[in-house]
Design a protein around this ligand. Structure first.
Ligand SMILES: N[C@@H](CCSC[C@H]1O[C@@H](n2cnc3c(=O)[nH]cnc32)[C@H](O)[C@@H]1O)C(=O)O
Ligand SMILES: [Zn+2]
Length: 430
C-alpha cells in the first residue's frame, strides 16, 4: 500500500455546488481515499500545503504534444500557409525518436503548468505512448489520419496497432481514440469506414472541425454542405463518442445538429485567437446541452500549453463576443478545463473532480504571491489571475510528478538537450 497525505490546503473539488473548504486529502494506491478536515491517517509521504489551493488537475482536450519541437518557429502566418509551408515539411523529417523527445518536452511543460491529462493526435504514436508511460502523465492518444493521396491503409493499420497495444497501459493512464484528421483531409469513403469501425468497436473519435472560414468554403465547394453537416450526414454523431476540436464556424443549425451528441467540443481559444480564426459559439453549444471542454492545440501554433491562458482567453472571448461580462463566469471556465474536458476524454468517472474513489490527479497552486492576494474568491483568482507558473505541485495517479516546482520524475537537462538538438535539425533550411 502506497499512501500520500496532503495537509492544510484550501480544497476546490469542482463538484457542482461545493464551495472551497480547508482540509486534507488522503491518497491510497493512486486513488483519493478521503477528503476532509483534520485527517490523521499515517502516510508514506506528507505534503504540507498551507497557502495552497488543491484542485483537480487541468485536462488539455486537444493537443499535438510533439509539435513543441516547432514552438515559435513559424508564427504570424495563415493556418493553411503555416500547415503547408512550415509544419508539414518539418514534420516529414520527424523520426520516432524526435516524436518521443518532442512529446516529452510538451509533457514537461504540461506538468509544470498543472495539466495532468491530455488528448493527443499525431504520428509515431507508439513513441507518444512511450513518452506518456515514462513521464507519469495521463493521456488519450490518437493516430491522426489524412486520406489525401492513398487509401490510408498504412495509417489505419498504425491507428489500430496503437489501440490494440496501448489501451489501458500504465495502470489505465493511457486510453485511445480513432483520429480522422479533419473534414478537408478525409473524403467520404474512408471517413465512413472509420466511423463504422468506431461504432462497431465502440472506439471514440477525435477530429478537427470548422477551424477556419477557408475550411467552410472548401467543404461547401466540394459537397455543398457545412463541415458539420458533412460529418453529420456520414453518421458521425449517431451512437459514437466524438471529440471535436475547434468547432469555431458553426451556424445555428450546425449547433442544433450537435444537440444530444456523445462527446463534445474541445475549445482552443488561444490558438483560435492567434490564428485569427474566430470565436467559437461556446455559449450556444452549452445552451444546446453540448459538452464543451478546453485544449491548447499544438505549441507549433498556440506557442504555449499553459491551460491557465486558455481559461482566461475562453472567458474573455465570450464576454467580448456577447458584450456581457456575466457570460462564462470563472467557475464555468474552470469546469471546462477540468470535468468537462474529462467527459470529452471519456475519463470523467476517474478524474476531473476531487472525490473519494477517483484517481488522485490534482494540483496545488501557491497563493502566497502578490497577484493572488487577498483571497476573496478562489475560482475568480484562479481563472483571472493565476498562471501555470503558480502551480507548485502536480500529482497524477497518486504519484508526485512535480513538487515545489521541481520535477520528480524527469531530468530536465536531458530533455532540453535532446529537444533543442532535434528541433534545429527539423527546421534547417525551412
Ligand atoms: N500527417 C499525418 C496526419 C497527422 S495528424 C496531426 C496533424 O495535425 C496537424 N495540425 C496541428 N494543428 C492543427 C490545426 O490547428 N489544424 C489542422 N491541423 C493541425 C499537424 O501538423 C499534424 O500533421 C498523416 O499523414 O496521416
Ligand atoms: Zn489540432
Amino acid at each position: 500500500m502506497k499512501t500520500l497525505l496532503i495537509k492544510d490546503c484550501m480544497i476546490l473539488t469542482m463538484v457542482e455546488g461545493e464551495k472551497p473548504f480547508l482540509g486534507d486529502i488522503w491518497i491510497v494506491d493512486g486513488r483519493i481515499a478521503k477528503i476532509g478536515p483534520s485527517l490523521e491517517e499515517e502516510a508514506d509521504r506528507v505534503i504540507l500545503a498551507k497557502n495552497r489551493v488543491a484542485m483537480p488537475g487541468l485536462i488539455n482536450a486537444h493537443n499535438h504534444a510533439s509539435m513543441s519541437l516547432l514552438r515559435a518557429f513559424s508564427d504570424d502566418l495563415k493556418l493553411m500557409d503555416w500547415l503547408d509551408k512550415k509544419m508539414l515539411p518539418a514534420e516529414a523529417r520527424m523520426t520516432r525518436e524526435d516524436v518521443y523527445w518532442g512529446t516529452t518536452l510538451g509533457i514537461a511543460e504540461m506538468i509544470a503548468s498543472g495539466t495532468t491529462a491530455f488528448a493527443d493526435m499525431y504520428v509515431h504514436m507508439d513513441a507518444v505512448a512511450q513518452a506518456v508511460l515514462d513521464s507519469g502523465i495521463r493521456a488519450s492518444l490518437t493516430r491522426g489520419m489524412v486520406f489525401f493521396e492513398d487509401d490510408g491503409g498504412r495509417r489505419m493499420a498504425e491507428a489500430l496497432d496503437l489501440i490494440d497495444n496501448w489501451t489501458g497501459a500504465g495502470d489505465g493512464r493511457i486510453t485511445t481514440m480513432l483520429g480522422p484528421h479533419a473534414p478537408y483531409t478525409c473524403p467520404p469513403k474512408p471517413l465512413q469506414g472509420v466511423i463504422e469501425l468506431a461504432r462497431k468497436r465502440q472506439i471514440p473519435l477525435h477530429i478537427h472541425l470548422a477551424e477556419t472560414i477557408e475550411e467552410g468554403e472548401k467543404i461547401r465547394a466540394k459537397y455543398n454542405q457545412t463541415p458539420t453537416e458533412y460529418l453529420h450526414e456520414l453518421g458521425m454523431f449517431h451512437d459514437t463518442h466524438v471529440l471535436l476540436a475547434h468547432a469555431v464556424h458553426l451556424n445555428d443549425s450546425d449547433v442544433a445538429l450537435l444537440r444530444g451528441m456523445r462527446g463534445g467540443v474541445a475549445h482552443n481559444p488561444v490558438s483560435n485567437l492567434k490564428l485569427g480564426c474566430g470565436i467559437a459559439p461556446v455559449r450556444e453549444l452549452i445552451e444546446a446541452g453540448v459538452t464543451v471542454g478546453m485544449g491548447t492545440d499544438g505549441a507549433g501554433s498556440a506557442t504555449t500549453l499553459d491551460m491557465f491562458a486558455e481559461i482566461k482567453a475562453a472567458t474573455w472571448m465570450q464576454k467580448l463576443k456577447h458584450g456581457d461580462p456575466t457570460v462564462l463566469p470563472a467557475e464555468a471556465a474552470l469546469r471546462m478545463a477540468t470535468i468537462e474536458s474529462a467527459k470529452l476524454l471519456a475519463i470523467d468517472h476517474e478524474v476531473g473532480t476531487l472525490e473519494a474513489g477517483k484517481r488522485a490527479d490534482l494540483i496545488l497552486i501557491d497563493l502566497d504571491k502578490p497577484h493572488l492576494q487577498p483571497v476573496h474568491d478562489i475560482p475568480a483568482l484562479l481563472a483571472y489571475s493565476a498562471t501555470g507558473a503558480d502551480v507548485d505541485t502536480t500529482i497524477v495517479n497518486g504519484e508526485v510528478l512535480m513538487h515545489q516546482r521541481q520535477f520528480e520524475a524527469f531530468h530536465w537537462e536531458e530533455i532540453k538537450r535532446e529537444a533543442t538538438a532535434r528541433a534545429s535539425r527539423l527546421v534547417e533550411g525551412l
